[in-house]
Design a protein around this ligand. Structure first.
Ligand SMILES: NC(=O)c1ccc[n+]([C@@H]2O[C@H](COP(=O)([O-])OP(=O)(O)OC[C@H]3O[C@@H](n4cnc5c(N)ncnc54)[C@H](O)[C@@H]3O)[C@@H](O)[C@H]2O)c1
Length: 272
């Protein structure tokens, strides 16, 4: 159902890889709500080709950008403003990758070149996006930037590995840049801390399925699906949340504030 919440708004959506991607669902919802946007992903992801199908559905242009390249990001903002006919009102940063996780390197035996890459791709890229946009004055006043994160930034989930460090940094960048961009241009910057979600990045984490089921059993509302995350992103892009900034917002069915649930207790200590 559309409420035209994003009618007249222009955006950039990073990170739609395949129909499971959270960014893919956000693009579909934003389109439904009347937004016009550019879809972006790393050149290597574009070669897989699925994004073109989404672009057709959303009447969007695809512009490649490696989120670790300032030149790519500046070109992306410049071209997006041309294609969309004005400044950008919302940006979704839905980007994450850890070579250490991919190569099964444990947290106590990290490869440091990989570690740099994890932090650059998954965290510093948010700073690069914001700095590129600010230099070009590419985001309109009251514009909204949302990045996706995970609760491993606050609490230990051992197999989340160096991505936990990246998420802590990502959330810190959202706060710090949110201050500066808010002061300068009234641009808001927030992170959404999403439940475990069955996507390519999510399922790359060791033991994901058990972990997904555990989170589902602990959360009073169950895990928040990707479609609901897309709804939440739309509210943050809209004018209904104009004074929300520098926040880490949990979208997790109540997981973050639950100590234990009946279901989890029953599994661990079945009543006789
Ligand atoms: N899936 C989950 O359980 C979960 C939970 C909380 C938060 N998140 C976060 O949501 C975001 C989106 O992940 P997803 O679960 O939809 O998985 P996904 O694999 O569909 O998306 C990750 C995206 O990052 C892109 N990417 C990787 N390197 C890049 C680079 N150098 N430049 C530009 N893009 C690059 C990939 O191409 C891909 O599109 C990530 O930040 C992830 O950490 C996921």
């Amino acid at each position: 159902m559309s409420n035209s919440l994003l009618k007249g708004k222009r955006g950039i959506i990073f990170g739609a890889l395949d129909p499971q991607s959270i960014a893919w669902k956000v693009a579909l919802r934003a389109h439904e709500e009347g937004a016009q946007f550019v879809l972006s992903n790393a050149p290597v992801a574009l070669r897989l080709g699925a994004i073109n199908q989404l672009a057709e559905q959303c009447n969007a242009k695809v512009i490649g950008a490696d989120a670790t390249s300032n030149a790519d990001l500046e070109a992306l903002f410049t071209q997006s403003m041309e294609v969309l006919g004005g400044k950008i009102d919302f940006v979704l940063h839905s980007i994450g990758m850890s070579p250490n996780v991919r190569k099964n390197k444990p947290y106590t035996d990290l490869d440091y070149d990989f570690y740099h890459k994890t932090l650059d791709i998954s965290a510093m890229s948010l700073h690069r996006v914001l700095q590129s946009a600010m230099k070009l004055d590419a985001i309109s006043e009251w514009g909204s930037v949302v990045a996706l994160t995970y609760i491993a930034a606050q609490r230990v989930f051992p197999d989340y590995n160096d991505m936990a460090d990246a998420k802590s940094m990502l959330e810190s960048i959202a706060r710090s840049y949110g201050y500066h961009y808010g002061k300068a241009k009234k641009v808001r910057v927030n992170t959404i801390s999403q439940s475990p979600t069955k996507t390519t990045a999510g399922q790359g984490v060791k033991g994901f399925d058990n972990f997904y089921n555990y989170a589902d059993a602990l959360s009073p509302l169950g895990n928040a699906p990707a479609e609901a995350c897309a709804d939440y992103c739309v509210t943050l892009f809209s004018d209904l949340t104009k004074h929300v900034t520098m926040q880490n917002l949990f979208h997790d069915g109540g997981f973050s504030y639950t100590g234990v649930s009946q279901e989890v207790m029953e599994k661990m200590f079945p009543s006789t």
